[in-house]
Design a protein around this ligand. Sequence first.
Ligand code: C5P
Length: 250
Amino acid sequence: GDVAVLVPAAGLGLRLGPGAPKALRELAGESLLVHALRRLGAADSVGLIVVAAPPGGEASVAALLAQSFDVPGGGLAAHVQAVPPHWVVGGESTAPAIIVVGGGVSRQESVANALAVVPAEFEIILVHDAARALTPPALVDAVAAAVRGGHDAVIPVLPVVDTIKRVTPGEAVVATVDRAELRAVQTPQGFRRSVLVKAHQDATDQHTDDAGMVERMGLPVQCVPGSELALKITRPIDMIIAEALLGEAQ
Ligand code: C5P
């Protein structure tokens, strides 16, 4: 594949309750990160994955990934190689290699750290939250295809089901927003490399997604249909939903 995927996985996941960093929490016996990478690795377009691990946890994340994928039939990697300051899992097989770097204090910084190690030959770069662990490979390929087809920035979206109100800090309703013109945004978000690099160089404030930085530059961002399976595992109820979805898939 000609696509590199950056996976910010350095968040603590405090909204999920106390425990390990979110990407390392287990769902049906495997960490969210491993679930996410397995699906990225199954997407034909993907040639490289860069994981931003919790700072200080790079080596243990690399070891976990080696254990999960550095096996016959593991699907992603052939061997583990320590390349300080980052770790490379795989690289000899035709399956995508995984590079592990340290994340930052914000999601944006974690993405920037991962972006910094992507070799120049990758012209298309996707950014994908480890928390969207069940995202199907077909969605990854669809986002990559839309970038390849000429869009500089692409985001998967779903319609908004709830009625949305704008409120004051005191929780008084200001207005009802017309939900027909709203979309809920998922990942992977896809970018032409030069656009993502410039967005990160120019960003002066923090954004919750990468497309936000591209919008800020005044560049167009294109929506494509997202997937219910790409839900972001954030709150305790999301773990219950994800487990049910996994059970249904088997
Ligand atoms: O906190 P939030 O839900 O927005 O996190 C989205 C994704 O960004 C998660 O996969 C999380 O691990 C990642 N993240 C990160 N570095 C941070 C904060 C969040 O990689 N400092």
